[in-house]
Design a protein around this ligand. Structure first.
Ligand code: GDP
Length: 413
């Protein structure tokens, strides 16, 4: 494998999906904060800068303005693709689901599975997007983690792999029991000032529940993963790494969904959630090669996630930036894109010249001379391209799977 493709194995392209008010914005902000801290390990000031920026943005009534934001967690680049939570944006949600490799579904721990989460969940089913779940707001009055898990089974037909159970609820919510490591993770200190969570023994009153839920986790995992089943049947002790590898296989295959919990607002549970993104959600190499056709619209073609394949990309969002003008957000599936180069828009059969290429971060945009397979970037200077169009190498044209969206239903009073 080429070095560039090796780096692809570390990349995660994810979306955060939620019913409105479940905490998508808060969770995203906390991700920016914690990834900001560790961006340069030990430099808390980096995180503080991100937070200051977010406060300024909030004062202006904006949070994350970019359609995709790149962060880094423990040496893994993560692109967070904005997935609108409002029902009116269903078409936009579908378009965005196309370009991400995995997702975090955020639930309100009081309301549980709400209608819009159900909709987005089904759309994600349609595109086979591997998903994990974060049950948020466990500090709120009436929060019920296990009810929410049951709703995932009843309403979403999900197979939840419960990886954590909460320690305390409402005002007493202080952390989670990690059922793989069989330890307690608690947030008692000022983690927004850079302190990490504490690792402790499981509280005595939760020991039985923890053992029970760990058994349930292994049992569910054995049901969806043959390698785990074999060991499980033989009564063999599974190591933490074996369990994690099994969870990863099951998640990437779309057979089950890891469930974690906490309170984003109170900064509890976010760092383990980021660890889980790395541990369980797929890299571009883990998902099937994207399907398309030649320009005749018939001959099937595949584009593999490799820098050595011909260039192909999908435009998924157009935004107007007050400094840069029109920016087209694209997901590159294969090959390499250089600024100043000429590509074709195979959907419209037009030539396009690539202007500047930008990588968008939470608090800065970075100009790049090129981008490659797996990347999600913003391109300046595209004249003809609209969302859903394929851009590709003129000598190796491909039209990536066409997207058909339902017509919006207009209610007439
Ligand atoms: P979004 O609509 O999904 O983006 O939701 P927001 O992140 O904007 O959150 C909606 C409201 O819930 C805001 O007032 C947040 O402060 C609040 N909120 C988000 N997460 C939590 C949480 O973990 N606990 C509590 N108590 N409130 C939260």
């Amino acid at each position: 494998m080429a070095a560039a493709d090796n780096a692809l194995a570390k990349l995660r392209n994810i979306g955060i999906m939620a019913h409105i008010d479940a905490g998508k914005t808060t969770t995203t902000e906390r991700i920016l904060f914690y990834t900001g801290i560790t961006y340069k390990i030990g430099e808390v000031h980096e995180g503080a800068a991100v937070m200051d920026w977010m406060e300024q943005e909030q004062e202006r009534g904006i949070t994350i303005t970019s359609a995709a934001t790149k962060v880094e967690w423990k040496g893994h680049p993560i692109n967070i693709i904005d997935t609108p939570g409002h029902v009116d944006f269903t078409v936009e949600v579908e378009r965005n689901l196309r370009v991400l490799d995995g997702a975090i579904a955020v639930y309100d721990g009081v309301a549980g599975v709400e209608p819009q989460t159900e909709n987005v969940w089904r759309q994600a089913d349609k595109y086979n997007v591997p998903r994990m779940c974060f049950v948020n707001k466990l500090d709120r009055t009436g929060a019920d983690f296990f009810r929410c898990v049951q709703m995932m089974i009843d309403r979403l037909n999900a197979i939840p792999l419960v990886l954590q159970i909460p320690i305390g609820l409402e005002g007493d919510h202080i952390g989670v029991v990690d059922l793989i490591g069989m330890r307690a993770l608690t947030w008692r200190g000022e983690t927004m000032k850079g302190e990490d969570y504490a690792v402790e023994e499981i509280p005595a009153d939760l020991a039985d529940d923890a053992a029970l839920w760990r058994d349930k986790l292994l049992e569910t995992l054995a049901d969806v993963d043959d390698a785990i089943m074999e060991k499980y049947l033989e009564g063999e002790e599974l190591s933490g790494d074996e369990i994690k590898a099994g969870i990863r296989r099951a998640t990437v295959a779309g057979k089950a969904n890891p469930v974690l919990c906490g309170s984003a607002f109170k900064n509890k549970g976010v760092q383990p959630m980021l660890d889980a993104v790395i541990d369980y959600l797929p890299s571009p190499l883990d998902i099937p090669a994207i399907e398309g056709t030649a320009t005749d619209g018939e001959t099937p073609l595949l584009r593999r996630p490799s820098v050595s394949e011909p260039f192909s990309a999908l435009a998924f969002k157009i935004q107007t930036d007050k400094h840069l003008g029109k920016l087209t957000y694209v997901r590159i599936y294969s090959g390499k894109l250089e600024s100043g180069s000429q590509v074709i828009n195979s959907t419209k059969d037009r030539k396009e010249r690539i202007g500047k290429i930008y990588q968008m971060h939470a608090n800065k945009r970075e100009e790049k001379s090129s981008a490659q397979a797996g990347d999600i970037i913003a391109v300046q200077g595209l004249k003809q391209t609209t969302t859903g169009d394929t851009l590709c190498d003129p000598a190796n044209a491909v039209i990536l799977e066409s997207m058909t969206f339902p017509e919006p239903v207009i209610q007439v009073a």
